[in-house]
Design a protein around this ligand. Structure first.
Ligand code: HEC
Length: 134
């Protein structure tokens, strides 16, 4: 029984630990980019996630275009039509469990929508939004 409880708590801690570690490293970077940095903001994250921009392929697009605004549901790739599993770590335990994967996709996805990489502050805002909303 004790082993089972331990296994369950390890499992449920994993995304929380990785996302904490990631958010903390973004905080350090955000402070280097801007000494007046005051912390991440889920409302700004929502703005980043839902607002539309002319993206890399010249089409108006937002993060919602592929991930939908309900992070607990499947999304669909705007360009290829492929199903994307939910972005919410509560709905999809594989999410936010590996910093390398998060970084790779944020870099690619910010480029898709904003035609540039996100700043540490923007990435932190949007991750905090996903954690709060999901
Ligand atoms: C053109 C479609 C598309 C757009 C637009 C898009 N994404 Fe994604 N995103 C994907 C795909 C595809 C994956 C990787 C496949 C998967 O993991 O299901 C992914 C993965 C991610 C992940 C990885 C999470 C993890 O740990 O597995 C995050 C975080 C993410 N996207 C955030 C964003 C944010 C923030 C935006 C807006 C700046 C955005 N995405 C816009 C298609 C998109």
């Amino acid at each position: 029984m004790r082993i089972l409880i331990l296994a369950i708590s390890l499992f449920s801690l994993s995304f929380a630990q990785v996302s904490d570690e990631y958010v903390n490293s973004l905080k350090t970077q955000a402070l280097q980019e801007n000494p007046n940095f005051k912390g991440f903001d889920s409302n700004r994250g929502e703005q980043i996630f839902t607002s539309k921009h002319i993206g890399k392929k010249g089409k108006e697009i937002s993060c919602v275009s592929c991930h939908t605004s309900d992070l607990s549901k499947n999304g669909e790739n705007f360009f290829t039509g492929k199903v994307i599993e939910p972005l919410s770590p509560k709905a999809n335990p594989k999410r936010l469990t590996e910093i390398k994967t998060i970084e790779k996709w944020l870099k690619r996805n910010f480029n898709d929508v904003y035609n540039r990489e996100g700043t540490a502050q923007e990435k932190g805002d949007v991750i905090v939004y996903i954690l709060n909303k999901g």
